[in-house]
Write a protein that binds this ligand. Sequence first.
Ligand code: NAD
Length: 338
Amino acid sequence: MTAPLRVLVTGAAGQIGYSIVIRIADGTVFGKEQPVQLVLLDVPQCANVLEGVVFELQDCALPTLHSVEAVTDEKSAFTGVDYAFLVGAMPRREGMERKDLLAANVKIFKSQGKALAEFAKPTTKVIVVGNPANTNAFIAAKYAAGKIPARNFSAMTRLDHNRALAQLALKTGTTIGDVKNVIIWGNHSSTQFPDVTHATVKKNGSETAAYDAVGDNAFLQGAFIATVQKRGGVIIEKRKLSSAMSAAKAACDHIHDWHFGTKAGEFVSMAVPSDGSYGIPQGLIFSFPVTIDAATREWKIVQGLNFDDFAKGKIAATTKELEEERDDALKACDDANI
Ligand code: NAD
């Protein structure tokens, strides 16, 4: 019998939580042979909602769901976890700036970083979904340091990555399976740089550079980038709620690939602590193209990609924003007496 994996979802009473738990529980993320002990955390005011989610998961009668528990305290949530999906945060509402969210959310991630260090396995792998995701991951990693390596912390830019794949497929009249190696550089925010310079599209049986397949540089350097960058805001405008189904699916893609490795010849976008690659300041949680080795479950930043001046400008802008967010967050941490 395979030992169960203990998997935590925070913010599990929320809308991403509702979409994500079924995928983790039914084997989509860790495989149909891997039992999962699911732990759902939310704030005490949401205890009833959380219990409803537990009941529904039980009613799904899933062979891979070894157990499911609802908790409202960090010790019960973080004890012994193998993977943590940190989704719980204050969501961005229509017209709200990401900066407004920073101060409120930094407190949550400082506290959860400490709880990870105290209670989780030292091998725990963490994805931060709650916004501002990159900076929240930076703070959680900082307060878990000494117990859990920084490289076990990541933030989600897979939704942006998937959005870029979808836009390329739509533009070229192909399907998702025909498009690969788009890159999201930087922050999960409107300064992110969706880059298709190294992407390819399979059309009529042959693999073509995305720029050639699209044949419209103005589109790729204009409307395409803006669509991906602003997609989250557009969804909020339409649904009056932030992306949940697609965010949950992307988080599951992210952890699936961390657990099983990326496909040969393909890379995915993941915000991870910079090791100085491409001149990005060390330690900043920055979205890079990565490959993941299935045997070791270690990610590696893809090296040797070239940038033109257009790309350099975009990367500089998102780096600057992340440095500012990091500095604001560190200040908020000092101010937060927790
Ligand atoms: P939601 O408001 O529906 O759910 C958030 C849940 O988190 C709520 O149930 C809330 O009670 C809970 N929560 C708040 N503080 C908590 C804490 N300290 N511990 C545990 N739970 C806590 O929001 P949502 O739509 O599910 O979005 C969740 C987060 O994901 C938001 O920050 C949103 O902006 C972000 N998001 C990120 C991406 C991405 O691509 N990185 C995409 C979409 C949404």
